[in-house]
Write a protein that binds this ligand. Structure first.
Ligand code: ZN
Length: 325
């Protein structure tokens, strides 16, 4: 016959069960508090800065803190790059749409099966992409006449077609290749949200709606909502592609892998492996100085000056090449 536990043992078991129940509810509470803290920690996407000296201004468009409405997002099936996010109200994406820091994304601009690139408007470039009056001009301004045809650059689907802040009448197309392009200040919009469009199709008519002081097209290229300089892949002298791809890594946009920062070129790796001191050349970037470069390549300012026949006080021009050894 089974013996019942003694009274003290029964009390002990009862207390133990209550403590366990409390622990579980404390853990549940902690997890929900942590989760809500995480959800509110989403920050807006910062602007990408490119060192271009440009003061001419025909519009006042800038990266001026557009707010995200995450709950307006709608899902589709086939959007792998954009993690199925498709919305027709906002240009930008939530920050968690961005790829991981170490992911390198290559956008092929010559997809077989897609129509070839078409320049939206062939006209004089009035203002380039880059900092302007201490703010960021996020596109390229191209002269046109009121009512001129504005064409789609690549095949894709219309994501935005509406009046949008200083952009005036705006069309945004997400292309099959993953890029997004924006056509702004239009006099009239000739497409609807969700329309499938081909390169060369009529998007709208040129104009000066929104914050514009003359008729022009404000043309932007974005990837994951981040604007970058379309001059990197479009030759604005010939209006043809100058590159067959755009490479994205950690908020950098390049057309050649070797232009990614903090990535030693293959020959540098060999030199480093053999115990020698790094690269033979360094392209000056914004913010560089001799001390920083010397440290990076494990050499001294004195040696850099000697090799390049310069003095330590020399101003380094962005884009110029410095010999390392
Ligand atoms: Zn503009």
């Amino acid at each position: 016959m089974k013996k019942l536990p003694s009274l003290p043992v029964q009390i002990f078991e009862l207390v133990l069960t209550q403590i366990l129940k409390m622990k579980i509810s404390i853990i549940t509470l902690a997890v929900s508090v942590l989760f809500s803290l995480y959800s509110t920690a989403q920050e807006p996407i910062p602007a990408t800065i490119n060192p271009i000296n440009e003061t001419f201004q025909v519009d006042t468009l800038a990266n001026d803190g557009e707010e995200l409405e995450v709950d307006s997002l709608k899902l589709t099936n086939d959007e792998t790059l954009y993690k199925s996010i498709w919305n027709s109200t906002q240009i930008k994406y939530p920050i968690n749409t961005l790829p991981n820091k170490n992911d390198t994304i290559t956008i092929s601009l010559l997809n077989s099966g897609d129509s070839p690139f078409v320049m939206p408007v062939k006209g004089q470039i009035l203002s380039k992409f880059g900092p302007r009056h201490r703010r960021m001009h996020t596109g390229t301004d191209i002269r046109l006449n009121s009512g001129d045809t504005v064409r789609c650059a690549f095949d894709g689907r219309v994501r935005l077609a509406k009046v949008f802040r200083g952009y005036g009448n705006l069309v945004l197309v997400r292309h099959n290749n993953g890029l997004e392009t924006i056509y702004a200040h239009l006099k009239a919009i000739k497409v609807k949200v969700n329309d499938t469009v081909k390169a060369g199709d009529l998007i709208g008519l040129g104009g000066r709606t929104g914050r514009a002081t003359c008729n022009h097209l404000h043309f932007e290229t974005r990837l994951f909502g981040e604007p970058f300089d379309s001059n990197k892949y479009i030759d604005y002298e010939t209006f043809a592609l100058r590159s067959d791809k755009v490479i994205y890594k950690n908020k950098q946009f390049v057309t050649d892998l070797k232009d990614l920062r903090d990535k030693p070129a293959p020959e540098n790796k060999l030199l480093l492996a053999s115990g020698r001191s790094g690269a033979s050349k360094h392209v000056i970037r914004k913010g560089d100085n001799l001390w920083v470069i010397a440290k990076k390549y494990n050499t001294t300012v004195k040696k850099l000056c000697a090799v390049n026949k310069i003095t330590a006080s020399k101003t380094l021009k962005v884009g110029s090449v410095l010999r390392i050894n």
